[in-house]
Each structure stands twice: as structure tokens, then as C-alpha cells.
Design a protein around this ligand. Structure first.
Ligand code: DQA
Length: 141
């Protein structure tokens, strides 16, 4: 099974970005953790990050056309972007929404997600292990 792990804005700055909220693990650590679980599960996993909304939408269109499963941490676009939601709505494979932090324990503007109701599962507050959990979930589903 092909799984795309797509990360949105500011996630490339993990490790230096607000470590009190996001921890000290870097984006490289995130990629490495996904690679470990890919090895463990036999899933074909590709991890990407972009700060550009049009690039993210293009990746979601490609995933819709290929039928890939998607693990999406859309970062701030989660709470703002109807365009990312509309692109994610076209996916044929399952969508899992992931957030490193527990968005429900943070500012109220982070409690609204344009993605949760079109996702098969939502993982929040587990840091990098949320990605591992999402990959294992997709493996068994
Ligand atoms: C985030 C939570 C979002 O509210 C925030 O804008 C992010 C990261 C998370 O992984 O916890 O950029 O998606």
C-alpha cells in the first residue's frame, strides 16, 4: 500500500519551532520515524513538507489520481483552508489527520478543523508517535 505523509506550513521547522509545544524532535526525526514504521509494516511510505498551499493541493490531486492513502498534518491550513479540504475530499483512499500537539488543549481557533469530518481517523497530541500510530492503523485497515 502506498502512503503519502504530507506536512504543511512551518513543520519543516520542527525542533527549533516553539519546542515547549512541539518538542525538540526535528523534521528529519519525523521522516526517520516514518521510515522505521515503513520498514516494520512493509508499507511504501513517502514523507513530504511544504509551506506553499498550491503545492500541497497538487500533491493531494496526485494522491486522488493514484488512490494513495494520505496521512495529513496540514498545520495551520487545518483551521483555515477550504481549498485544502476540497482537495482532500477528492481522495479515493483513506485520509488520516494528524497533529503533533493536542489542538483541543490550545487556542479555540485550533479547535475547528476543516479536515476531521472527511478523515477516517484523527490523531492529536502524540507527537511523532502519532505518525507511527497512523501508519500502523492504515496497515491494518
Ligand atoms: C499542528 C497544530 C496546528 O494548529 C498548527 O498550526 C501547526 C501544527 C500540530 O501538528 O500540532 O502548525 O498541526
Amino acid at each position: 500500500m502506498n502512503v503519502l505523509v504530507l506536512n504543511g506550513p512551518n513543520l519543516g521547522r520542527l525542533g527549533v519551532r516553539e519546542p515547549d509545544i512541539y518538542g525538540t524532535a526535528t523534521y528529519g526525526d519525523l521522516v526517520a520515524r516514518c521510515a522505521e514504521v515503513a520498514e516494520e509494516t512493509g508499507l511504501d511510505v513517502e514523507v513530504r513538507q511544504t509551506d506553499t498551499e498550491s503545492e500541497m493541493i497538487g500533491w493531494l490531486h496526485d494522491a486522488a489520481d493514484s488512490g494513495a492513502s494520505v496521512i495529513l498534518n496540514a498545520g495551520a491550513w487545518t483551521h483555515t483552508s477550504v481549498a485544502v479540504r476540497d482537495a482532500a475530499s477528492q481522495l479515493a483512499g483513506p485520509l488520516v489527520e494528524v497533529h503533533l500537539s493536542n489542538v483541543y488543549a490550545r487556542e479555540t481557533f485550533r479547535h475547528k478543523s476543516y479536515l476531521s469530518d472527511i478523515a477516517v481517523a484523527v490523531v492529536v497530541g502524540m507527537g511523532l508517535e502519532g505518525y507511527a500510530a497512523a501508519l500502523r492503523f492504515l496497515k491494518q485497515s
